[in-house]
Design a protein around this ligand. Structure first.
Ligand SMILES: *Cc1c(COP(=O)(O)O)cnc(C)c1O
Length: 427
């Protein structure tokens, strides 16, 4: 038995891990009296232990102050979204004025497309990846139709050129060179949800802009997963949800980025009173004057009970620091990868790129024996409290997150698959 595969090795790695104490800041779900090995931060991150008190604080503020809670209490509601702004900006690599927490992801994608998808007769297409997350596809297709165009013509879906559903940059470049003149908007994932491939946002933006397209990113699987450089990427806009790696709870309030160069631009937008210039909002005038920056896209006064979890979660990210988290993440995922190659090569194929620069924490796995066996393995793992998730048609996603996972969790996963492999597929 090689060293990597030993419990001693995993325990030693965990004891040397500078970030190990962050695990204690989360509720880890239990399974038959022990902690789950929870690899599902790509779908729903775990709850910070400090959250219940933060939510209670707002309930108490409401109970004790009523409407005056907008101005009283430790975290007055009026400027509440500003309490998350700096930390949100730092997680995605933006200027504070470029980000805002509001709505949910699909809603923000639509609001961004209202401003940044401005099709003309000659240039009306949206470019996305084939096999995009369904909500994104529905959103872009409905935008195309809304503007009176036909998705059969104006929705370009690129098929991946590499095995396992992976895109090479050359391929993306070629497609943009070929179709760029008729593309109004490129909407691309930061990390593709099914394969876990991470893209070079700067390069995609550069290619898109050179062809005269607007470029936006869906960062659902990227925000909180790895450090981002949204401002420097030059992207026009981005949107993401906060219940995945950002640990802000089911249906959490989402994030949105609008690049600084659009901060004062007179872009068409769907407006609401909370996007109105803060200094004159309560004059209640009839004319909409947007607040500069991403705040100008807000519609409603924000849900405080949704912002509190985001505030708490981002505090933890601030303490841990994205660069430190990434260092641990690269190591943890490399450990998972090495053990799969060493112990499970007959059973599993990794779809996610092997280059750490092209992935976050997630590995997407296919069971060599096919979909049915894949599904059976997934269920056998779940029954033991080893929680990944299943994505049709045939992918098991395992996402060791640096905040609350460790080497021992990874080893537990590997051992369970090995036992299953030996029991079912002794060859
Ligand atoms: C998770 C996810 C969504 C979910 O959208 P909601 O509006 O938050 O329900 C959308 N797109 C992608 C790419 C996702 O990964």
């Amino acid at each position: 038995m090689s060293e990597l595969f030993s419990e001693a090795h995993a325990l030693q790695q965990d004891s040397q891990d500078d970030l190990r104490h962050f695990r204690e800041q989360f509720f880890i779900p239990q399974h038959e009296g022990r902690e789950q090995a929870y690899f599902c931060g790509n779908s729903l991150g775990l709850q910070p232990r400090s959250l219940p008190a933060a939510l209670t604080e707002e309930l108490t503020n409401w109970a004790e102050n009523g409407v005056e809670g907008h101005f009283n209490g430790k975290h007055p509601w009026m400027p509440y979204h500003e309490f998350v702004r700096d930390s949100l900006a730092s997680v995605v690599g933006a200027m504070p004025s470029e980000v805002v927490a509001m709505n949910s992801l699909s809603v923000n994608l639509h609001l961004m497309m209202v401003s940044f998808y401005r099709p003309t007769k000659e240039r009306n297409a949206i470019l996305i990846e084939a096999g995009a997350f369904p909500s994104d596809r529905y959103a872009v297709e409905s935008q195309v139709r809304f503007h009176g165009f036909d998705p059969a013509e104006s929705l370009i879906e690129i098929e991946p050129d590499l095995p396992g559903g992976i895109f090479s940059m050359q391929h993306i470049e070629k497609i943009i060179a070929e179709h760029g003149h008729r593309i109004a908007l490129i909407l691309w994932p930061g990390v593709q949800y099914r394969t876990g491939q991470y893209f070079d946002l700067t390069e995609i933006t550069r290619l898109g802009h050179a062809a005269g397209c607007k470029v936006g990113f869906d960062l659902a699987h990227a925000a909180g997963n790895l450090p981002l450089n949204l401002h420097d990427s030059g992207a026009d806009f981005a949107a993401w949800c906060s219940y995945k790696y950002l640990n802000s709870g089911p249906g959490a309030i989402a994030g949105c980025f609008v690049h600084d160069r659009h901060a004062n631009a007179k872009l068409p937008r769907f407006a609401g009173w909370w996007g109105h210039d803060k200094t004159t909002r309560f004059k209640m005038g009839p004319e909409f004057i947007p607040t500069p920056g991403a705040d100008g896209w807000q519609l409603s006064n924000p849900p405080i009970f949704a912002l509190a979890p985001l505030r708490i979660s981002l505090e933890i990210f601030q303490q841990a620091d994205m660069q430190n988290l990434r260092k641990k993440s690269v190591k943890l995922t490399a450990y998972l990868e090495a053990l799969i190659q060493q112990q499970l090569a007959n059973t599993l194929t990794i779809a996610t790129p092997a280059n750490p620069d092209q992935r976050g924490c997630q590995l997407s796995l296919r069971v060599n024996a096919g979909r049915e066996q894949g599904r059976a393995l997934f269920e056998a793992l779940s029954a033991q409290g080893i929680i990944g998730d299943w994505r049709e048609p045939d992918v098991i996603r395992i996402s060791p997150t640096p905040l609350y996972n460790n080497h021992s969790d990874v080893l537990r996963f590997i051992r369970a698959v090995k036992l299953w492999q030996d029991a079912h597929h002794a060859s």
